[in-house]
Design a protein around this ligand. Sequence first.
Ligand code: RIB
Ligand code: CA
Length: 317
Amino acid sequence: MEKIIIDCDPGIDDSLAIMLALNSPEVEVVGITIVAGNSPCELGFKNAKRVLKFLGRLDVPVYVGADRPRVREYVNALDTHGSDGLGESFLPEVPDQMIPDLSAAEFMSQTLKGGDVSVIALGPLTNLADIIDRDREVFLSIKRLVSMGGNFRSHGNCSPVAEYNYWEDPDSAKVVFNAMYEAGREIEMVGLDVTRKIVLTYDILDEMKRKNPVVGDFVEKITNFYFKFHWEWEHIRGCVINDPLAVAQFIDQSILSGFSAFTDVETLGISIGQTVVDSMGFYRKESNALIYTKVNEKAFWDLFLPRILGIKGESNE
Ligand code: RIB
Ligand code: CA
């Protein structure tokens, strides 16, 4: 069983990723850390607790990290995830859940030291850049670093060329990619090139509701807004669930394939947040990123659905 920290900004697809991870025997979620992204930190904390309550897993600790990007002004994505950050499901707040004094970066630093814990980052990389600032060696003791973010050939979702997690905090993303380069290591980048292929459709949702009405109802509640957003903005009949793919790839490394390349992140100007993937070796620099470009969609759904449908689920009422 692999130990993981999920660093996230719940967030609708973050929530589905948490559901998948906590119902996968291959991984042990030792903690969830919140970063400002889709939702401001406090809301992200409350949403993580709402999902953990539904899963009957309030035992999983949740820590709060950076409440704003490294340099830029903070820009949330509540236009995509709803005013409550959970698709305007307006689930009741879980009572008596205090934000711990221990920050996300402090928790991660303590936990990562053993060298046997991986990080699945589903939001901006602000917390990870904080760890690098604190103690680079601790950051480099991360066993595997899988990040949902960036894009290679796919167009962006925040600008023609930038994906939200790296656009919201490009400076932290640059710090993280550079730290991996200097250490001769690779971040696994699960970008829009592959996540765009993972579309939760109405048919799949109907199958979920039929096979497990409690889970299906919960997923419908938190994705309804997301379906409408995708139709309005991209005329997609369904919703792209980016984050669960990063968890699935962590569990089954055959789901995605790609190539290694030196990758940097633009932090200024019109293409701010763009991942510049040197697939042709122009810069003659060693690789610091495994860029995923191909996805076996069936393998993803064959892993995702049975686990999600295996959830009992507790009422959030
Ligand atoms: O661009 C998609 C990513 O940004 C996802 O992780 C989504 O949750 C948001 O954080
Ligand atoms: Ca996310």
